[in-house]
Write a protein that binds this ligand. Structure first.
Ligand code: 5GP
Ligand code: MG
Ligand code: MG
Length: 187
């Protein structure tokens, strides 16, 4: 079966994504123009890799780029709370302004853990830029650090989505759009 045939419904097309990423990049470029020299973009691996690659090329400021990895012991379509950091940033974030780049914020467990982690390493501000946000499923409250700001691409309805970096069982990350799988494939 060809890749597109696994998808029941497309939620955001490649073109809609590209337009929205451009808007987010202009907002970030504008909001951080005063303190650009110390801006670090921290992508949350693996899901944020495409979003990060697209947005950094549209941010009109000098930035450093690094990745961090957090894993929670969930399986299938549910995360299990209390994630742990399995691969840390290499760049020293002390005294720097960090922007966490996420694919999707669901319960908020991963994000609250990562924000606290960057704060403990001495970042003077921690912002969040998530491609998707599912506020209906939030369980954990998180607070940004310092002058940190929150950006989101789209509010996501309560479906398990794939594509544009997001996986189901490590597949579908390479879809250039975001969609919902055919129900029989989630089993
Ligand atoms: P949280 O810790 O906020 O519950 O979950 C965050 C992580 O769970 C996301 O970064 C993502 O990796 C995964 N996740 C949450 N919702 C979805 C979804 O709808 N689709 C996919 N593919 N991953 C999701
Ligand atoms: Mg993620
Ligand atoms: Mg995943």
């Amino acid at each position: 079966m060809a890749l597109d045939d696994h998808i029941e419904r497309i939620l955001w097309t490649e073109e809609q994504i590209s337009d929205r990423v451009s808007e987010l990049a202009s907002q970030i470029s504008n909001d951080f123009k005063e303190f650009s020299s110390s801006l670090i973009i921290v992508g949350v691996a693996t899901g944020a890799f495409l979003f990060l690659a697209d947005i950094v090329r549209k941010i009109k400021l000098p930035v450093s780029v690094d990745f961090i990895r957090a894993e929670s012991y969930g399986s299938g379509t549910e995360s299990s709370g209390a994630p742990r950091i399995t691969c840390d940033v290499k760049i020293d974030v002390k005294g720097k302004n960090a922007i966490l780049i996420e694919d999707i914020v669901d319960t908020g467990n991963t994000l609250s853990c990562l924000i606290a982690h960057l704060e403990s390493k001495g970042a003077c501000s921690v912002s969040v830029c998530t491609f998707l946000d599912k506020p209906a499923r939030r369980k954990v409250h998180y607070e940004l650090v310092g002058e940190g700001k929150f950006y989101r691409g789209f509010e996501c309805p309560d479906y398990f989505v794939v594509g544009y970096g997001m996986d189901f069982d490590e597949l579908y990350r390479n879809l250039p759009y975001v969609g919902v799988l055919k129900p029989e494939l989630y089993k």
